[in-house]
Structures are given as C-alpha cells and as structure tokens.
Ligand binder design. Structure first.
Ligand code: AMP
Ligand code: MG
Length: 342
C-alpha cells in the first residue's frame, strides 16, 4: 500500500484533503492525523473491520482498548449510558483537551474491538484544529490510539508516523509537530472516587480542583496484581536500554564515564542546562523549568536515540509537579522501571 502524506498546515485547498480523509474512513480505511497530544491512527469507531485494521497496522495487543474521539461534548450520550455530575464537570472544564473520560458504554454502538472485554468506553474531544475539522467532516466517532508501531514512542510529527507506518496505511495528515507531546490523561469515572489510569496534560491537581479527591491507579511494572485495562503493556521503549538518572551533573558525567569504561557508547537525554561534554550523543529537550517543552520534545528525543548506535541511554528525571508526573510516568516505562545505579 502506498502512503500519501497531505500537509494540512495551510488554509488553501483543505476541503478536498478532508474529503479525501473522510472517504477513506467511510470506506473502512485508516487515517493518521494530529491531535494536541500526539498523532492518532484513526478508524470509524462503529466499523469493526476498520478498527481491526488499527490493531494490525500497529501490531497492538488486541485486549488494549482504544480511545474514541468525538467532535462535540453533546455526542457523549450516544456512546455512554451514565454521565455523572463529576464527569460533566470535568468535560465542561477540560474539553476540548487532553482528558479521556472512561464511562459506562452503551451496548451495541461502538465496534467491539474498540473496548475489548470491558463495559466502559474512553471518550475524548481533542483540542486540535485538524482533528476537530476531520471529526466535523466525518460526522462520526473516530477510534484512535497513537499512530506508532506498538512498543515505540508515540509520534509527535508526521515523520515519526511515516517512519513507523509507511506502506501500512493509506493517508497521513501532516499538521506539524504536536503541542503537548504526551498522551491524554485517562480518568475512570465509573469508580468511586474516580481513578486516574494514566497521567497526562490535565494534572491531578487540575482535576481535584474541580471534583475533589481522586485516586491514581498503581502502575508499578514489578506489581503482579491485575491492572486496569490497558495498563499492562510496557510502552515507549527505545531500542537500547534506558535508565533514569538524577539531574546532578557530576553524577551524570561520572555515570557516562563508568559506562564508557565498560566499552559502552552512551546517549543522554537532558534539559538544556546540563551539557555532558563526554557523552557520545546528547539530546536536549528544553529548559529544566519548562516542563511543557520537555514533554513536547521527549518522544522525539527517544526516537533520535534509536537513530544512534548507543548501547545505553541515560535520561534525566524531572520533578513531579504539573506535567512532570506524566513525563516521569513515560520515562519510567521507557526505562522498564530502572534507575541508574553504579
Ligand atoms: P493509546 O491510544 O495508545 O494512547 O492507548 C489508549 C489507552 O487509553 C489504553 O491503553 C488505556 O490505558 C486507555 N483506555 C482507553 N479506553 C479505555 C477503557 N474503556 N477503559 C480503561 N482504559 C481505557
Ligand atoms: Mg499508544
């Protein structure tokens, strides 16, 4: 299959491009498109055959549920049965935006493969002009996970999508680099109190300021206890083993030296302030205090590590304030839970 890439950055001639995308979706095909978090790989969420193609193209385990994207909060009642007052308050406050709400699903509407083995559906209204325009033109729900091959970092540019899925999907809509760079916050509103299944751009503090206390699902990879749906897979891993390390420049330099003495070549992912002169490769992700920039550039840096010949990757941790929780959640997954220790 030949993959077409259509730029939707500029205003001119875009109706034709959206029509092309809608024609593909309506005939059961897949379209990759930008959202404000990462690029999504979309299919019409009511078309079972089309949704199955997502799992095939990504190589995604079939028991990992997909998020359903909608263009308008009023559409929720088409897909979910009960919408609690708290859910309504969150939607009112944070949609469109990087918040997925998990609600009890209405049976028989969304294709079964979207919500394998669960009675719930994850819904989100993205805050990106291309995603919203596509949803409007389609006038239907789009099931879309991140547009990467399963196990690779989520794509934050159309080039990342093409690297992973070229030849496997008919169309990539190129809307430039995505703004937030980590996936949406997922909150299960069917539990009391609600449970954050995945931290993201909408932080716990932001949520609690609207609805009071919530819990955070245990996401420890050493934990043998059953996890919430969609939480049991390691994500975001670059090819070389990655270790999380503190931002102490002396410790970082010493770690690089020790690894090099063992014959390893080392890539480091650091804030702009930490220059590690002896590192074999260094990728800067943004100023230490600018965690929005670090989130936006993190996956790109992980992918760049895959283009080097590094044997080991050291990634500098951030604090847990604001989007820092989401950054550290993704980094610890990329590290398979490992911190660097001599
Ligand atoms: P991705 O789109 O690849 O970022 O993955 C979507 C993630 O959203 C899944 O891995 C789950 O963590 C979560 N999710 C989506 N729908 C549900 C649901 N109905 N119940 C629980 N988690 C969900
Ligand atoms: Mg994903």
């Amino acid at each position: 299959m030949k993959t077409k890439v259509l730029s939707v950055d500029k205003m001119l001639g875009n109706e034709k491009k959206y029509k092309h995308a809608v024609d593909i979706l309506k005939s059961g095909g897949l379209v990759a498109f930008p959202t404000e978090t990462v690029y999504g790989l979309g299919a019409l969420a009511t078309d079972e055959q089309a949704v199955r193609k997502i799992f095939e193209a990504k190589g995604r385990p079939s028991d990992n549920p997909l998020i359903v994207h909608i263009g308008n909060p009023d559409l929720i009642s088409l897909f979910a049965t009960t919408i609690s007052e708290h859910a309504e308050r969150l939607i009112e406050a944070f949609w469109p935006g990087p918040l997925t709400v998990v609600l009890k699903k209405k049976p028989g509407i969304i294709a079964p493969s979207v919500t394998p083995g669960v009675e719930t559906v994850g819904l989100r209204m993205p805050d990106h002009p291309v995603a919203l325009e596509l949803l409007k033109a389609l006038n239907g729900p789009i099931a879309a996970p991140s547009a990467n091959r399963s196990g690779k970092p989520s794509p934050t540019t159309a080039y990342h999508v093409a690297d992973d899925l070229s030849g496997l999907i008919p169309l990539i809509m190129d809307g430039g680099q995505t703004g937030i760079g980590v996936e949406s916050t997922v909150i299960d509103m069917t539990t009391t109190p609600p449970t954050i299944l995945r931290p993201g751009g909408v932080t716990r503090e932001m949520i609690e300021s609207k609805i009071g206390p919530v819990t955070i699902a245990n996401d420890n990879s050493d934990d043998q206890a059953p996890r919430a749906p969609g939480m049991k897979y390691m994500h975001y891993a670059p090819k070389a083993p990655l270790f999380v390390i503190s931002s102490d420049i002396e410790r970082l330099t010493e770690a690089v030296r020790t690894l090099q003495n063992e014959g390893k070549r080392v890539a480091v992912i650091t804030p702009n302030e930490l220059e590690v002169a002896i590192a074999d490769w260094q990728f800067f992700v943004g100023h230490q205090l600018d965690k929005e920039a670090i989130a936006a550039n993190l996956y790109g840096a992980l992918r760049q590590c895959d283009l080097t010949e590094a044997d080991t990757i050291l990634a500098v941790e951030t604090d847990l304030d604001g989007v820092g929780t989401a950054i550290m959640n993704r980094l610890m997954k990329a590290a398979d839970g490992q911190r660097y220790s001599q």
